[in-house]
Write a protein that binds this ligand. Structure first.
Ligand SMILES: [Zn+2]
Ligand SMILES: [Zn+2]
Length: 90
């Protein structure tokens, strides 16, 4: 018996998708600092985000257009639409 490499254990699928679609699709960004949510320390960012509107879209990292009305903020990503929340008074 020959010891052929098996194709079943790799994460790659069709060769024609290579280069077109990154293998990791679930990358999210920090809504406050815009850096990768998986890297670095975002403890302070999370505190900011709990109290204020985000600056960046967590999906595509576009800068959000933020409007605040009273204590409610609305952040709009051109691609991913609208998110809203409440401004927490410190
Ligand atoms: Zn951050
Ligand atoms: Zn977006």
């Amino acid at each position: 018996m020959t010891d052929l490499p098996t194709a079943g254990d790799s994460g790659w699928s069709d060769p024609d998708t290579l280069g077109a679609i990154p293998p990791v699709v679930a990358v999210t960004y920090c809504g406050h600092c815009g850096k990768s949510a998986n890297k670095g320390n975002h403890v302070l960012c999370h505190e900011e985000l709990a109290a204020h509107a985000p600056t960046f879209c967590t999906t595509c990292r576009r800068t959000l257009t933020v409007t605040t009305e009273g204590t409610t903020w609305t952040a709009v990503c051109k691609k991913h639409g609208e998110t809203s929340g409440i401004v927490q008074e410190a």
